[in-house]
Design a protein around this ligand. Sequence first.
Ligand code: DAH
Length: 346
Amino acid sequence: MLQDKIKQYTEEIEQITLSSAADVENYRLKFLVSKGVIKGLFEEFKTVSSEEKRVLGKVLNEFKQLAENKYQEGQELFGKSNVTATKRDEVDLTLPGEGFQLGSRHPLSLVRKEIVEIFKKLGFVVAEGPEIEDDWHNFSALNFPPEHPARDMQDTFFIKKQDGNDIALRTHTSSVQVRLMEAGKPPFRAIMPGRVYRNEAISARAHCFFHQVEGLYVDENVSFADLKQTLFHFVQELYGEGTKVRFRPSYFPFTEPSAEMDISCTICKGQGCQLCKGSGWVEILGCGMVDPNVLENCGIDSKKYSGFAFGMGIERITNLKYEIKDLRLFSENDVRFLSQFETEII
Ligand code: DAH
């Protein structure tokens, strides 16, 4: 009978003494949870006749109230705050604290900074330009012929046409040279780091965006010897004394003459290994004497002034420094990769 059960449980509750947090919890588990005593009694209540319901409804509600009050009292005595207080007493204040997990600089930032620092010491200033460029700054002013393949859809991310001109993501930082020369008067001595974009399928060796550092030196009587000495010094600083350089003739629309510079392989020191494909040399940058057309396009008298320029990929320099074989690692944000470069914090 329901009535008897209620009576029995009422007596039980009246006799229970809750004297610890564990008691309170056991009490809750017995009476208050969804499969507990109270719920059970209410289920049974549904099955009794409506006459009985009239009487028992009140009794049952009083019992529920009693059971909940008891729990409330227990909670107040041994509830959460008391538990924490006990735990706090157990804390050993002499233990060392937990250290902060500090992030680290991205390897490309580390190397960019290193490159920039070397040139700063030679009197180069840092300049930057926009990543969204027009045809003039990215191509035309740099002496690219109208049908040059670099303007092709396959290489360039075109954004839109504006007044008949293409607007695109810059494909190289050479565009910053143009902006710099247009905006000022010689001499110029600047280093220009930044992100560039090319419409390429992503693989271990190619990516649709990467980073370059451009260099420009324009003054009276600047010669190819100045170019060689500057870059030679740069390489000694970056890869260590004794690193050899060699210049191979090359072609860029914006320099004449143009060259590509190799350094003695950083891994095998010129002996020949997998990285340098046995040759002992690895290419690190393109360079040359600024083409007089480019100077004139930027409003600079090419009879009076001459200059040299160079451009290098930061990923390439970083790969050679840290022997990273897959370009995709730079943009995947994998902490296991990035946390290996904790060489410097600020
Ligand atoms: N802009 C060239 C590229 O993206 C690199 C370059 C080569 C820059 C020669 C220069 C230079 O300033 O003189 O491949």
